[in-house]
Design a protein around this ligand. Sequence first.
Ligand code: ADP
Ligand code: 5GP
Length: 202
Amino acid sequence: MSSCNTPGSTEARVIVLSGPSGSGKSTVVSRLLERSPVKLCKAVSATTRPPRVNEVNGRDYYFLSPAEFEARRAAGEFLECAEVFGAGYWYGTLKSELRRSHDICAWAFLEIDVQGALKVMEAYPDAVSIFLLTSSKEDYEQRLRARGTESDELIRRRLETAKKELQYVDRYKHRVVNDNLDQAVEQISQILATREAELNAG
Ligand code: ADP
Ligand code: 5GP
């Protein structure tokens, strides 16, 4: 039971953002967290992937060993979890992260892959779902190479996954093209402001 003084169900205040690797999800999320028109709480996912330089446990991800991840999965702690990119790394949304967001009367912001997003949309049909993409397919590779955090082999896997993920764009309520970062952030801000107004109007 939520104690938030906001109309509409807190369950409706869930945002799912997906998009191919390199589409700019992390960049867009950090900008939104600074200047969103609604209160947002980023759900911190758990993963078995090793941390990148500058990534902090508990802020960027909960970095778990495969055994720890499996134990928590078996205990039913995940809303959804999936092996992403076929590289043997698991990612998952902990149910406790949604509770954490709603306990502070914020929208839960999930940045997750398509497999996970489809499961969340089933569990939360009122969720705002957004697919982030670029207008040119070449941009993904260019951006991943410029980011410089993955090997050639991992970039190849990510681009293959991107092709499959792009087939699911119509399952999302909104599609946002991130060719220009400011415009993409503004468009998502407007989607959230409009939805918040609808919920407040009952
Ligand atoms: P994702 O989380 O979807 O894999 P990132 O947010 O890490 O993507 O972005 C991938 C790279 O592209 C980063 O180096 C980021 O700075 C850059 N980037 C993000 N948005 C844009 C944009 N609109 N134009 C150009 N580069 C961008
Ligand atoms: P990265 O390794 O670049 O941080 O993330 C890789 C991919 O994992 C991204 O497509 C991201 O959306 C996805 N991802 C991150 N967290 C989760 C999660 O909790 N569940 C699922 N299903 N995918 C996730």
